[in-house]
Design a binder for this molecule. Structure first.
Ligand code: B1M
Length: 213
């Protein structure tokens, strides 16, 4: 579909002002929101990631692309979210300490809110203490951790350790996600759930709250 290629290319070229119109056009052509997200916006972001890795582009270009992704997902949000669903449970979410990548985390938040969960967004560069303290104070059923760097995945293990130390491990589930982590890593560090993408994260969270009931 030509419009998806156009969206991907606009994102790669950092044309943040064009993205909204292009995404609306794709919706108008009857393309499903999740397809626009995956085959338009995220496929463009994959190219950006490769170019960034190879030193062909630099931080400003990546940030322009990130802005495009945010503008695009803002248009898609009402279509991706299931509106009018009653709150099913409370979670806190953040990108772990040392990590400033928050686009994926924001998508997980958006999908969880769409499923009717209450989401406390702790932002990025969040310490293990803050995750655990928030879970205690706000009575969250799940702590959701995002990491995009191999150098910060270890912080997830520290959150699990902290939750154990603070005696809340039987009351709270720990969900992890982000490009460098896996189900194997999840088991290794003693977290509860690994979700590969935002939609599966939201489904898994709803499942957890349904089991608790
Ligand atoms: Co950075 N960066 N970056 N970056 N960046 C990556 C991650 C990298 C893979 C690029 C590369 O080399 N190819 C690489 C990491 C390599 C590694 O660790 N092995 C990298 C690097 C090295 C760095 C810096 C160190 C670069 C430097 O300064 N030398 C630096 C680190 C800064 C820091 O964090 N301390 C850095 C900086 C940046 C920017 C600030 C420029 C910018 C971030 C802007 C922002 O987030 N506000 C940036 C970006 C944009 C990227 C890439 C290009 C795109 C990431 C992204 O947003 N993807 C990325 C390359 C890539 O991934 N292709 C790269 C789109 C997003 C929707 O996907 O976040 O994976 P993602 O989320 C997915 C899933 O992973 C999952 O759901 C989401 C959607 O389905 N998911 C979860 C995420 N969290 C989840 C939690 C869950 C469940 C699922 O449960 C709780």
């Amino acid at each position: 579909m030509a419009i998806l290629v156009e969206i991907s290319e606009a994102l790669q070229n950092g044309r943040s002002r064009d993205i909204k119109g292009l995404v609306e056009q794709a919706l108008g052509e009857g393309i499903a929101a999740d397809v626009i997200l995956k085959e338009g916006l995220l496929s463009g972001m994959d190219v950006i990631g490769e170019q960034f890795k190879n030193g062909e582009i630099f931080v400003p270009e990546v940030l322009m692309a990130a802005r495009c992704l945010n503008n695009g997902t803002a248009v898609l949000k009402p279509y991706l979210a299931e509106n009018g669903v009653k709150a099913k449970g409370k979670v806190c979410i953040g990108t772990v300490q040392g990590d400033l990548h928050d686009i994926g985390k924001n998508m997980v938040k958006m999908m969880m809110e769409g499923k009717g969960l209450e989401v406390i967004d702790l932002g990025k560069d969040v310490s293990p203490e803050t995750f655990v303290q928030t879970a205690i104070e706000q009575e969250c059923g799940i702590i959701c951790l995002s990491s995009l760097l191999t150098t910060t995945m270890g912080v997830m293990a520290e959150v699990v350790k902290k939750a154990n130390e603070m005696g809340i491990r039987d009351k709270v589930k720990i969900m992890i996600g982000g490009a460098p982590v896996s189900d194997k890593f999840c088991k290794e560090i003693g977290a509860d759930v690994y979700a590969p993408d935002a939609a599966s994260a939201a489904d898994a969270a709803v499942e957890i709250f349904n089991e608790v009931k």
